[in-house]
Ligand binder design. Structure first.
Ligand code: GLU
Length: 425
């Protein structure tokens, strides 16, 4: 039986789930994936939709819709973050779960892919309300998570404190401490050194590799960063220390730029004080959209999906785009950028440092044996470099962009595991 794919409908849509499926469809053709396995991988294994009642500070309560999607478990327990954001949709969570499957396979860690999300606005909630929401959401999804089943982690607007509440809630329900149920925890309860900066560090490592194959040099390379959360802020910090020059940065409230380079320590202090990079002195004011098109060598989209479109792709000036965010580039934009010779380091590669150190955290928790930070960073560098080279080799071999190269490596690994395990019953 062949997979029926309505390409015209998918092509016209900017729905992220359509986009994730289209990315798989294209690679299935490229690597000659069998129809049966293609069909199997095109849909999630399991989708849990929950309603989360939360006691609010005013004495009332509110219902929040939430999801946990497990896309695939062929290579091991499923893994992926939980997002708290007003724009969460089930389709978005499905796409993010599928991307986690490819990401874990690409860096070759023994996990499948999952993702969770709650439709809420954490910025307008008190700490107590957030704790109530987290504990009840954990309870609702506790029937499918666990250290050997499915392991959540931080994602957009979820923090180490929120991971601590997840760990505590799950542990209380079982009667003993189970740190391996979630990663991205604070150090005091089984978190890993290096996890907070891992997404940014991994992103920098693959940018370093791209600079090498393009025969450029790090010193003075100009970088623009859209998004100043966990990934964007730490990327700015680590990359400026390494000799990159950060020329533009933005967050949800606006952005700042300086062609000669921003003072990153000052900018981070400003963000800590005011909650935003906007309004930082010694820099010109720019919008989020301006940052994407700012004159630079490397662009790091580190916020949300679908920001690089067929409209702005022709105007992007960077030679390298490193997707610290998940899904920032629409497929039409991918094609335009490839034709223009821009190297896009896809999300499943560029932001895989986070889940890689999550894997290290889970291993340390299970062994009850914790590693030094330099050991963690060394292991991360080796994983990221190998993944970059494998994806690059496939992209060269097939004459395709780095996303397809990375997908070729990842999908092939998941397909092999699926084939070996066979179909039950
Ligand atoms: N949320 C991160 C991602 O999208 C990390 C997931 C994890 O550590 O499990 O890759």
């Amino acid at each position: 039986m062949s997979v029926s794919v309505d390409r015209s409908a998918a092509a016209a849509s900017d729905n992220v789930w359509d986009m994730a499926q289209r990315q798989l469809d294209e690679v299935a053709k490229l690597i000659g994936l069998s129809d049966a396995i293609h069909q199997y991988l095109r849909v999630p294994k399991r989708v849990l939709e929950v309603s989360v009642p939360v006691k609010m500070d005013n004495g009332g309560f509110r219902m929040y819709p939430g999801y946990r999607v497990q896309h695939n478990m062929s290579r091991g327990p499923s893994k992926g973050g939980i997002r708290f954001h007003p724009d969460v949709t089930l389709d978005e969570v499905k796409a993010l779960a599928m991307w986690m499957t490819w990401k874990c396979a690409l860096v070759n860690i023994p996990f499948g892919g999952a993702k969770g999300g709650v439709i809420c606005d954490p910025k307008s909630m008190s700490l107590q309300e957030l704790e109530n929401l987290t504990r009840r959401f954990t309870t609702e999804i506790s029937i499918i998570i666990g250290p050997e089943k499915d392991i959540p982690a931080p994602d957009v607007y979820t923090t180490p404190q929120i991971m601590a509440w997840i760990m505590d809630t799950f542990s209380m329900q079982h009667g003993y401490s189970i740190p391996g149920v979630v990663t991205g925890k604070p150090l005091a309860i089984g978190g890993s050194l290096g996890r907070d900066k891992a997404t940014a560090r991994g992103c920098m490592y693959v940018i370093d590799e791209a600079i090498k194959v393009l025969n450029r040099s790090i010193e003075g390379t100009r970088v623009a960063i859209q998004g100043f959360g966990n990934a964007g802020l730490h990327a700015a910090e680590l990359m400026s220390k390494r000799g990159y020059v950060i020329v533009a940065a933005s967050d949800s409230r606006g952005g700042v730029a300086n062609a000669k380079g921003l003072d990153i320590a000052g900018l981070i202090a400003h963000k800590a004080e005011t909650g935003s990079v906007a309004g930082f002195s010694g820099a010109e004011r720019v919008t989020n959209a301006d940052v994407l098109e700012y004159d630079c060598d490397v662009l790091v989209p580190a916020a949300l999906e679908k920001v690089i479109t067929r409209e702005n792709a022709p105007r992007i000036r960077a030679k390298i785009i490193a997707e610290a965010a998940n899904g920032p580039t629409l497929p039409e934009a991918d094609d335009i950028l490839f034709e223009r010779g821009v190297m896009v380091l896809p999300d499943i590669l560029a932001n895989a440092g986070g889940v890689t150190v999550s894997y290290f955290e889970w291993v340390q928790d299970l062994q009850e044996n914790f590693w030094e930070e330099n050991e963690i960073n060394d292991r991360l560098r080796r994983k990221m470099t190998r993944a970059f080279n494998e994806a690059y080799e496939q992209s060269q071999r097939h004459g395709v962009n780095m996303r397809k190269g990375a997908y070729a490596v990842a999908v092939d690994r998941v397909a092999e595991a699926t084939k070996l395990r066979g179909l039950y019953p």
